[in-house]
Design a protein around this ligand. Structure first.
Ligand SMILES: C=CC(=O)SCCNC(=O)CCNC(=O)[C@H](O)C(C)(C)COP(=O)(O)OP(=O)(O)OC[C@H]1O[C@@H](n2cnc3c(N)ncnc32)[C@H](O)[C@@H]1OP(=O)(O)O
Length: 326
């Protein structure tokens, strides 16, 4: 038997309980993992509260991230005893996820934890940190260098934003953070932001082209914010789009793309191939000092996750929440 958070559909919506499940209830897969840590992401908060259509199979054990030790394996690339990370691939959405003591997944979803970071630290990063790393790697691949000019990070007080700021400033970029929570300004400076701007600067409909200011951007918000960011990119600027916290729409014009050669790169951290995952985790371990992660996280246990989800959606969580699995 093992403990798990369990979300069931009811006539009035959904019910979340902490309950005991049998190992035979686990889905099929060639690797069984003793989960030690998970994390609470924006998507998990939507799943736990039912405020967004995240869960696609019922009943569901949520948790889009997990870190733990392989307990049984029929996969040659994933030995028993290895410490692994699983993120994305529909975990906690269409497939039972990390808010449980045991998880079973296809072996190729499990990547080894990078040297230098323990399970708690990799979950302090979680999908949010991994997504931020993919954004930074895309900016570098597209030729944005520290000398190219300032790089904007929207949704800066959230998990993706925090890690993007840390990575970019560590790599020598001048980072400009955009947030709806200006009270977090000192904290954002402590992560490495050179300047902090209010989100309100980006929420009114922009002209097709605004003053050219940014060489690169990491956008977590989507909607009007993403459109305004695109309109204020410098010639040959690169925008990475990884989130939709502010909306799924994109009320932009083609002007930035055809008159300034701006590139918009989509970041998909869910279906990202295994080789790229391993590269991104290795780079995270290389670039982020573990003690900086400790300042960024708050630890909760499984039973606290539903309440923490409400707090996260209400915008009362700064940085990252790691979930301790007993
Ligand atoms: C954790 C990352 C992922 O799940 S990426 C997985 C693949 N991508 C997707 O599935 C896309 C859908 N997912 C998302 O959009 C993400 O969950 C995310 C990228 C938005 C999550 O980011 P993060 O973990 O950083 O979320 P936080 O809740 O910690 O911070 C979000 C940030 O956005 C601000 N925000 C929230 N609502 C709005 C809004 N309506 N308009 C504008 N901005 C909004 C929120 O306040 C945080 O930034 P802040 O600095 O406070 O402005």
């Amino acid at each position: 038997m093992f403990k798990a958070l369990y979300v069931e559909k009811t006539e009035s919506g959904q019910r979340v309980t902490l309950r005991e499940l049998a190992e035979a209830d686990l889905p099929e897969g060639d690797v069984t993992i003793r989960v030690q840590w998970s994390s609470l992401n924006y998507k998990d908060a939507l799943a736990l509260t039912g405020k967004g259509p995240i869960i696609r199979n019922w009943p569901m054990v949520p948790g889009i991230d997990l870190a733990g030790r392989v307990e049984a394996s029929a996969h040659p690339a994933v030995p028993v005893g290895q410490d692994v990370i699983v993120t994305g691939h529909g975990l906690g959405e269409s497939r039972w996820g990390g808010f449980a003591q045991l998880a079973r997944v296809p072996g190729l979803w499990a990547v080894p934890q990078p040297l230098g970071l323990n399970g708690r630290q990799v979950m302090a990063l979680g999908t949010a940190g991994f997504t931020a790393m993919l954004c930074v790697q895309a900016l570098q691949r597209e030729g944005v260098e520290p000398a190219s000019g300032p790089v904007l990070v929207t949704g800066a007080s959230g998990g993706v934003g925090n890690v993007a700021i840390m990575l970019l400033s560590r790599l020598g970029y001048q980072v400009v953070a955009v947030t709806g929570r200006l009270e977090e300004q000192p904290y954002l400076h402590s992560l490495g932001a050179a300047e902090v701007l209010p989100r309100a600067h980006f929420t009114t409909p922009s002209r097709p082209l605004e003053k050219a200011r940014w060489a690169g951007a990491v956008d977590v918000v989507g909607g009007q914010v993403l459109a305004s960011v695109c309109a204020s990119m410098r010639p040959q600027g690169v925008v990475t789009a990884c989130g939709l916290a502010g909306g799924m729409d994109f009320p932009a014009t083609v002007a930035p793309f055809i008159l300034r050669g701006v590139t918009l790169v989509g970041i998909d951290s869910v279906q990202c191939p295994r080789r790229e995952r391993q590269d991104a985790w290795a780079r995270l371990a290389e670039l982020i000092p573990p003690r900086q992660l400790d300042d960024m996280v708050r630890e909760i246990d499984l039973a606290e996750a539903p309440q923490a989800a409400d707090m996260l959606l209400a915008g009362h969580v700064r940085g990252r929440l790691v979930v301790r699995i007993p």
